[in-house]
Design a protein around this ligand. Structure first.
Ligand code: ZN
Length: 58
């Protein structure tokens, strides 16, 4: 994974399952403090993540 803001590869990441079959990675950049979401190696817009999270059912 590569930071979309500064292209650094120094990302700290954790895996979070937002919904069944929706495994996302939350990443933060050590170089520029960018934070964001990835799925399958591509960055995901925050609005998409929030809509998945709001659909979450327990
Ligand atoms: Zn960065």
């Amino acid at each position: 994974m590569r930071c979309p803001a500064c292209t650094s590869t120094r990302l700290t990441s954790i895996q979070i399952r937002l919904a069944p079959d929706e495994d996302h990675t939350f990443a933060s950049c050590q170089a520029c403090e960018w934070k964001g979401w990835f799925k399958e190696g591509s960055d995901v817009p925050l609005g998409k993540v929030l809509s998945l999270a709001s659909e979450r059912r327990f």
